[in-house]
Design a binder for this molecule. Structure first.
Ligand code: HEM
Length: 299
């Protein structure tokens, strides 16, 4: 941040300017009330600034703006004064005021003060010097206020950007972790299906060839779909797109296996009809999803 000495140098603000401003203090105190009236008349005339004022403590605000007005003519413009200006910028960001209105309000204050000088000083040269000193201090005020304003706003964006990327990264890691758990679960289920296949084959060796062959076929079908599902999930982990079709396929295959077993068990017609209807619905869903996926670009 700039130092007060640098600021004074950049604006060619001299000790004479400080003295000239100090000489204006009695006139400023005399007109403080008039300043307040004109300032708030202007601010209440704009819907954006009026909305902010309506949410603030009017008396406190009047006192703060009034004190600032008088401090323009204190004659002391050191680092303490600079810190005060920095704080003002921050205060306005906090109330959500667009810096545009600070600039516009400063323009009104400038007119007020220049008119005040014009109306009270007859000597042309002295008037010019006073006007120049006032212009300088107002521009220095605006400079520091808008710089601290910009810094405060940048800080807000930076903070939220940091927070955003942290949240996104954390969520990505969490989803990746969940996908890993899913792959592991699928692997465990696949091992269980292999065991199921072994159990089905045991029927063959026990002499129940028909049941053994059909249920083993069903288990193999499910295993085949599980392999597809695992493959699909691994592709998903590597950044590919997940295919919901494979999931529906697994369910279809499981229903087919159930129908095979149900037929062999000579279950009642109602149960078999229910399984057939479920299979038909899943078939339709599979077809519709495959239609949608066909129209999507491949990644
Ligand atoms: C050149 C223009 C302006 C100057 C020099 C100025 C000056 C100040 C000062 C000195 C403070 C006290 C800051 C502190 O010490 O914490 C303040 C606060 C405030 N100003 Fe201004 N102001 C200006 C424009 C405006 C405008 C256009 C609005 C619009 C509504 C406004 C609304 C406020 C509010 C609501 C606060 C209170 C903030 C808080 O509660 O902390 N000001 N202003």
């Amino acid at each position: 941040m700039i130092k007060m000495q640098e600021l004074r140098e950049h604006y060619r603000f001299t000790d004479d300017d400080a003295e000239l401003l100090k000489s204006l203090q009695p006139l400023a105190i005399e007109n403080q009330e008039k300043f307040s009236l004109a300032f708030y008349d202007y601010l209440y005339g704009l819907p954006e600034t009026a909305a902010i004022l309506n949410h603030s403590n009017r008396e406190r605000l009047r006192e703060m703006h009034g004190t600032w007005f008088i401090s323009l003519f204190s004659g002391i413009y050191d680092n303490h004064y600079l810190n005060h200006l920095i704080r003002i910028g921050h205060a306005h960001v906090k109330v959500g005021l667009d810096v545009h209105f600070v600039n516009a309000a400063m323009n009104q204050i400038r007119h007020f003060l220049l008119n005040l000088i014009d109306g009270n000083y007859s000597d042309r040269e002295h008037r010019r010097l006073l006007r120049e000193a006032v212009e300088k201090i107002l521009d220095m005020n605006l400079d520091v206020m808008s710089t601290s304003y910009r810094e405060e706003e940048l800080k807000k964006v930076f903070l939220s950007r940091k927070l955003d990327s942290f949240l996104i990264k954390a969520t990505e890691r969490f989803t990746h972790g969940l996908n890993l758990v899913l792959v592991l679960a699928l692997a465990v289920v696949s091992i269980a299906i292999v065991a199921m296949f072994g159990w089905d084959m045991a029927h063959v060796f026990r002499g129940d060839v028909e049941k053994g062959v059909f249920t083993a076929l069903g288990s193999l079908l499910i295993l085949w779909m599980m392999i597809e599902l695992l493959d699909n999930e691994i592709k998903n982990l590597k950044g590919g797109r997940f295919s919901i079709l494979v999931f529906i396929g697994v369910v279809i295959v499981a229903i087919i296996r159930e129908i095979l077993i149900s037929t062999l068990r000579h279950d009642d017609l109602k149960k078999q009809a229910f399984l057939a209807a479920t299979l038909l619905i899943l078939g339709i869903v599979y077809y519709l999803v495959s239609l949608v996926q066909r129209d999507q670009p491949k990644i």
